[in-house]
Design a protein around this ligand. Structure first.
Ligand code: HEM
Length: 486
């Protein structure tokens, strides 16, 4: 049992004399508290877990690169997008949303699609999903929404009543619910799905001119999905199926890739478009704003260590670089707070200094100290600003582009409330077989709801999107569409 080359040490570097037997009084014991190696080993083990992400807990990650394939300088001065052929290293994490770390991969759930670009001007995180829209459009509803996706406080079981109660009382969810219940609700693997930034962001060019932008990652592997039956079978046999698939594909050199496209909207169009373009429950028509190619993302390296790279990775929609700003989207605005706050709680105040999160360019600021400050903490350099000692200074050319705000401050919703046109269009776009599977999945998901009132309320939403859609769901549930909606 000896290894002459590599000596086992304690965490303070001293050689360990025995790693198989605790120090005991005689061969029977009891164990002596002076076995400090044993104490340290047990104590460290107790602290091996950090809190799992409150959402998107189960996931898999990989390293790769982004290469620019189209000249888009006229829209953004973002340095990593500045010339065709430019490559930027990146790290991606895919995830399910509602389940715990350890839950099955092949559940019906949106998939997280989070990308960290290590650019020369700092990290840029695009923290999106595999769907272009979301269930709600105001951050204030997010904790309630997520509660309905998690476990019941008494039974500790998933609760279809809560899920459909919330959705039926939040008609803005209908578009995302329709996507979730469609074939795309269970991707075949992480490699076989598209990714979306979902929100509207702002790009600003070197002249200071802005445009609104939405991101689309298109899988080069093709979109493939799992049927309910196959997904359930795989969940039983191999709950880590997607995690394993991604790792194995990369390990054998079958590198997954996505093309990145954007939709660009002139700033002024936001005031006249037929709905509010910042509403994350809507997609922009590609006829109005066609896809423009930007580049290609390739994943070509697995993490060396899951905890260090995947569990400790911290993505935030507020991790921005010059040339990329946010929009007034009310969900995005709330997310600007939520993520780094979660990271400080989950990983610690210095999470951004960990190797997976650390920018590849130099970081110069006056932030010091805090728990687990494991770099040199700024050494003896100047630790306040302004100063007379040539410490780092701001560069005005990188100020966020100024923008106009107006309106009466109030707890106000979006002005427009058409929650039905886009889900209805989506329903009508599906083939007959796809519509049938959509309805069957919804009926299967709603059957366990024990409140008829909730079911009828939700049926009315489907009906308003498309009478056939609502009628078929009602029939599947053995109910009739309520008169008042007809
Ligand atoms: C993860 C909050 C909406 C995509 C998280 C986490 C929080 C959070 C606290 C865990 C972060 C961590 O511990 O590292 C919120 C809030 C939202 C919101 C408050 C609405 C106001 C969205 C939307 C999307 C999204 C609209 C996609 C378009 C993700 C992804 C992750 C995540 C991909 C996992 C990131 C990773 O892999 O580490 N969210 N979220 N979230 N969220 Fe959200």
């Amino acid at each position: 049992m000896s290894n002459e080359k590599i000596k086992l040490t304690t965490s303070w570097g001293a050689p360990v004399g025995d790693n198989q037997n605790s120090m005991t009084a005689g061969s029977r014991g009891p164990t002596l508290i002076q076995d400090v190696h044993l104490l340290e080993k047990l104590a460290h083990f107790n602290r091996e877990r950090v809190p799992e992400r409150v959402v998107h807990a189960k996931g898999a990650g990989a390293h790769g690169y982004f290469e620019v394939t189209n000249d888009i300088k006229k829209y953004t001065k973002a340095n990593f997008l500045s010339e065709v052929g430019k490559r930027t290293p990146l790290f991606v994490r895919f995830s399910t949303v509602a389940g715990e770390n350890g839950s099955a991969d092949t559940v019906r759930d949106p998939r997280g699609f989070a990308v960290k670009f290590y650019t020369e001007e700092g990290n840029y995180d695009l923290v999106g999903n595999n769907t272009p829209v979301f269930f709600i459009r105001d951050a204030i509803k997010f904790p309630d929404f997520i509660h309905t996706q998690k476990r019941h406080p008494q039974t500790h079981l998933k609760n279809p009543n809560a899920i459909w109660d919330f959705w039926s009382l939040s008609p803005e969810s209908l578009h995302q619910v329709t996507i979730l219940m469609s074939d795309r609700g269970i991707p075949a693997t992480f490699r076989h799905m598209h990714g979306f930034g979902s929100h509207t962001f702002k790009w600003v060019n070197a002249e200071g001119d802005g445009v609104w932008v939405k991101y689309h990652f298109k899988t080069e592997q093709g979109v493939q999905n799992l049927s309910n039956e196959l997904a359930a079978k795989i969940a039983g046999e191999n709950p880590d199926y997607h995690t394993e698939d991604l790792f194995n594909a990369i390990e054998k050199g079958d590198f997954p890739a996505w093309k990145l496209y954007v939709q660009i909207m002139p700033l002024k169009d936001a005031n006249t478009y037929r709905f509010d373009p910042f509403d994350v429950t809507k997609v922009w028509s590609q006829k109005d704003y066609p896809l423009i190619e930007v580049g290609r993302m390739v994943l070509d390296k697995n993490p060396e260590n899951y905890f260090a790279e995947v569990e400790q990775a911290t993505f935030s929609p507020g991790t921005l670089v010059p040339g990329i700003d946010v929009s007034p989207d009310k969900m995005l605005q709330g997310r600007l707070f939520a993520y780094h706050d979660a990271h400080r709680y989950r990983v610690g105040a210095n999470h951004q200094a960990l190797p997976i999160n650390r920018p590849r360019n130099e970081v110069n600021n006056y932030q010091r100290d805090g728990q687990m400050r494991f770099d040199n903490n700024g050494g003896n350099s100047v630790y306040y600003e302004p100063n007379s000692y040539e410490g780092p200074k701001e560069s005005h050319e990188h100020k966020q582009a100024a923008f106009l705000v107006s309106g009466v401050a109030d707890s106000a919703g979006y002005d427009h409330n058409d929650h039905y046109t886009q889900p209805g269009d989506l329903y009508r776009l599906l083939s007959e077989e796809e519509q049938t599977r959509l309805v069957e999945t919804i009926v299967g998901a709603m059957k366990p709801v024990d409140s008829v009132e909730i079911k009828l309320r939700q049926i009315q939403h489907f009906y308003k999107a498309d009478p056939e859609y609502g009628t078929r769901v009602a029939e599947g549930l053995g109910l009739s569409v309520p008169q008042e909606v007809k």
